[in-house]
Design a protein around this ligand. Structure first.
Ligand SMILES: Cc1cc2nc3c(=O)[nH]c(=O)nc-3n(C[C@H](O)[C@H](O)[C@H](O)COP(=O)(O)O)c2cc1C
Length: 448
């Protein structure tokens, strides 16, 4: 399913909001997207740009299930399978690549409807661009980088240190060729958010999820998804410019830093292209950040305990908190699962481990498990001064060093008393009162 067929599908289901009146990407569009958080929204008339804007295609787990054609609780398992078995995507000729239908002449970033979200932002940002580069040793790498537009040809990109793009840039004496792709099928966005071992191409993970034909760029050797709406070909330079402030995932300000400048040499796009705007800190950002970490936690926990499912929760900024569901078989399974979860997602800060009868997508249910199965002096684990996420404002941050924070695990599973789980088990089980058939008690037409 590409962006166009996704739009058709959510129009059909009634999820798509369509805005026909002109909306300004400068400070006006972001509050509209925020008001519709959780729904895809198509802006058909954009002030200052000939392109339409789509937001929110990843703002609910339902849209992932729709795209991957599976039930919602199977999405994580589909990701885990694709992560474990990437498949090389086929290359197509330019004539078959929608992303190269039009070459903008001259290339001018100001024609793209980059949004300014907050009055305190450093400027207009591209937030849904995936950067494709070639590491001189390990080959293709794909990751998101927010890009601040500096002028018609230059952007400053936030490139987190020691990850794939930064590692490749540090190894490259001159400019590093890059293709920034915007307006992508949802499964490609999911794959781009993953951080597999060096040498594993995220586009091969995407192709294992759904067909992802690629095409060679016009001005360099990089292979990009042929279905992209826009491809910005250019170079990541070793020159730096001020980037930020910017409101990030945690809905708090990320400050100004000196970051690499990207110079754009060429822009190609589909006819009548649709620009994807991703509102930072809102559900789309949260789900895209968090969901790809669920399979890596799942894999790490499964090495020590039978893991049944993992949820990275939106209340924890979809990055810092997880719920891990296990099939408990030994007294210390909860503790071992918590330890492994941190190995699966090193930025994780707090994890709760629950049994199979808990709905891990329901915060009330998870809290109920903590309330009824957890004792702090027995089931709480704390690790002090650990490497942590740079996005947590409460962590310790020293420039040039990895951020550090405390980490906490809560074992909210039922205490283990052997395979038969003796008579105490029933005291931990929820007693469900069957719901009455209300039509027998309410008069016709009376609202419950
Ligand atoms: C919506 C979204 C926005 C992101 N923005 C950035 C960013 O601005 N800079 C950055 O370095 N990483 C960003 N990331 C995280 C990278 O995509 C992630 O670190 C990447 O998976 C690292 O993989 P790599 O080590 O293979 O490069 C973002 C992720 C998502 C989902």
């Amino acid at each position: 399913m590409n962006l166009r067929t996704f739009i058709d599908a959510v129009r059909e289901t009634g999820d798509l909001a369509t805005i026909r009146r002109p909306v300004d990407p400068y400070l006006e569009m972001a509050p509209v997207i925020a008001a519709l958080d959780g729904r895809p929204v198509l802006f058909e008339s954009v002030v200052g740009s000939e392109f339409r804007v789509l937001a929110g295609q990843c703002s609910d787990r339902r849209y992932f299930a729709l795209t991957l054609d599976c039930p919602q609780d199977q999405v994580m398992l589909r990701l885990a399978e694709a992560f474990a078995s990437p498949q090389k995507p086929p290359a197509v000729a330019r004539a078959d690549a929608p992303c190269q239908q039009v070459e903008m002449d001259p290339a001018d970033l100001r024609r793209l409807p980059f949004l300014t979200h907050y009055a305190g932002d450093a400027g207009p940002y591209a937030t849904a661009a995936i950067a494709i580069i070639n590491d001189p040793d390990s080959g293709p790498n794909v990751s998101f980088h927010r890009c601040l537009r500096l002028d018609d040809r230059r952007m400053a990109a936030r490139i987190v240190e020691r990850r794939g793009t930064d590692t490749a840039l540090q190894k490259t004496p001159g400019d590093l060729p890059v293709a920034l792709c915007i307006g992508l099928p949802l499964h490609v966005l999911l794959a781009a958010s993953m951080a597999p071992e060096p040498g594993v191409d995220e586009l091969a993970i995407a192709h294992a999820l759904a067909p992802t034909p690629v095409v060679r760029c016009l001005g360099n050797d990089l292979l990009v998804p042929a279905e992209a709406e826009f491809v910005l070909e250019g170079r990541i330079t070793h020159r730096a410019a001020a980037e930020g402030p910017f409101v990030d995932l945690t809905e708090t300000w990320d400050g100004m830093r000196q970051q690499p400048v990207i110079e754009i040499d060429r822009i190609t796009h589909r006819q009548d292209a649709i620009y994807h705007a991703l509102l930072p800190g809102m559900l789309e950002h949260k789900l895209l950040m968090g969901m790809p970490k669920e399979p890596s936690i799942y894999a790490a926990v499964n090495q020590v305990v039978a893991c049944r499912n993992v949820s990275i929760t939106p209340g924890g900024a979809s990055w810092l908190h997880a719920v891990v569901q296990i099939d408990k078989r030994h007294a210390d399974d909860g503790r071992r699962a918590a330890e492994a979860a941190f190995r699966g997602h090193p930025s994780l800060k707090h994890v709760a481990v629950v049994d199979m009868d808990i709905d891990l997508y329901d915060a009330h249910d998870v809290e109920w498990a903590i309330a009824t199965r957890f004792q702090a002096d027995r089931d709480l684990m704390i690790w002090e001064n650990q490497p942590s996420s740079s996005l947590d404002p409460s962590a310790s941050h020293t420039p040039g060093q990895k951020s550090r924070s405390a980490k906490m695990g809560l074992d909210a599973t039922i205490p283990w008393e052997g395979p038969e789980q003796g008579p105490r088990l029933h005291q931990f089980q929820r007693v469900v009162l069957p719901k009455a058939e209300l039509s027998r008690y309410l008069q016709t037409g009376q609202e419950p």
